[in-house]
Design a protein around this ligand. Structure first.
Ligand SMILES: NC(=O)c1ccc[n+]([C@@H]2O[C@H](COP(=O)([O-])OP(=O)(O)OC[C@H]3O[C@@H](n4cnc5c(N)ncnc54)[C@H](OP(=O)(O)O)[C@@H]3O)[C@@H](O)[C@H]2O)c1
Length: 329
């Protein structure tokens, strides 16, 4: 019997309380793959799960953490992962209704595990985490669609957030002129990671009555949804592409069909949770290889489990800049 440390979220009289406590291996769900988690990271969905959002997590007590990197302890499945192999487990149901990466052990179906590429350490992989993986999916869609740096500006919303900041940095590395949309006064941070222009979200979504706006963006990475996404679509250039991966502002999309039928805009939905293993391997390789960021340490702060609660509060208050990587010892 092994006890391990985890962040545990409990419901008491409709209040959700977080504590660091002891869990036992036999508390974990069934699954072929047992992993000793070394690093996890804090994503928007984790903050929702840790604060009782039933759209993300239905049953409490619960340990959130939608991504993790560590070492295989045991694999009872027939696949290639063996005890001692370094592995990334992210997405699917991890951290939602399956005990997640904010605990030192997880037990999951074998198919959820991807071998950690040799080019990444466990910590580096979680510095990118689900946020970086999702940014990579958005950028892959934009690049594969054929948008080139000379085609014009690329807008990134929620630019100081996890997905946003890594999207800004990778797009800038690839030579795109990135315009960052933000609600914060973090110009120095955004310029450091590669933004060439910064727009305030306080004034961005200002013409809800107009079906189309002046053409501006060759491509968009949107992490916030709502009026911001609608405005971004209305101001995307003829034939441009908009990737939608998040709803930090709203799940609504108040829009007409005119951007699509008059400007041929492509709206592409991005889901990281159920991506195929082959695609996962390809994207992690890219993050460790040609898209590797040299200044990840500057975007990330590392915290032990004990300090995670205050970071969760910052996410919920939209006051966090960059990424939080969680060290599970
Ligand atoms: N589709 C997928 O598979 C997938 C994967 C990962 C994440 N996501 C989603 O993508 C979004 C971003 O995730 P994340 O991990 O990057 O979160 P995050 O680190 O908390 O960043 C979200 C950012 O959005 C902006 N924001 C927050 N509240 C807002 C509001 N009310 N109105 C407008 N902007 C607001 C803030 O950036 P500024 O202050 O710079 O504006 C904030 O830093 C979330 O909705 C998340 O659920 C989806």
């Amino acid at each position: 019997m092994t006890d391990f440390q985890a962040l545990i979220v409990e419901e008491h009289d409709k209040q959700y309380v977080r504590r660091i406590g002891c869990r036992r291996l036999q508390d974990l769900p069934d699954g072929d793959l047992l992993v000793r988690v070394r690093y996890s990271s804090l994503n928007y969905k984790d903050a929702l799960s840790a604060s009782g959002n039933r759209g993300v997590t239905k049953r409490y007590p619960h340990t959130p953490g939608i991504d993790s990197a560590g070492t295989v302890v045991e694999n009872r499945g027939g696949g290639s992962l063996r005890a001692g192999d370094p592995v990334i487990v992210s997405g699917f149901d991890l951290g939602m209704n399956t005990s997640g990466g904010f605990g030192q052990y997880i037990r999951v179906p074998e198919e959820w595990g991807v071998r950690l590429p040799a080019s990444l350490t466990p910590k580096e992989s979680m510095m990118y985490g689900t946020a970086g993986f999702t940014a990579a999916q958005c950028i892959t869609a934009i690049v594969n669609y054929g948008v080139k740096p000379e085609d014009g500006d690329v807008l990134v919303s929620g630019a100081t957030g996890g997905v946003g900041s890594i999207a800004v940095a990778i797009l800038a590395k690839l030579g795109y002129r990135v315009v960052a949309l933000t609600g914060k006064s973090e110009d120095a941070f955004l310029e450091r990671i590669g933004a060439r222009e910064i727009l305030s979200r306080q004034t961005f979504a200002s013409s809800p009555e107009k079906a189309l706006l002046r053409e501006r963006w060759a491509a968009v990475v949107d992490t916030v949804g709502g009026d911001y996404l609608a405005t971004a679509i209305k101001s995307t250039r003829y034939g441009g592409i908009v990737t939608s991966c998040g709803n930090a502002a709203s799940g609504d999309l108040p829009l007409t069909v005119y951007p699509f039928i008059l400007r041929g805009i492509h709206l592409v939905g991005i889901d990281s949770a159920n991506t195929t293993v082959a695609k996962r391997q390809e994207l992690w390789q890219k993050l460790g290889g040609e898209w590797r960021l040299d200044f990840l340490e500057e975007i990330c702060r590392e915290v032990p489990l004990a300090d995670l609660g205050s970071c969760i509060d910052l996410v919920l208050a939209s006051r966090l800049t960059g990424r939080v990587v969680v060290n599970l010892g």
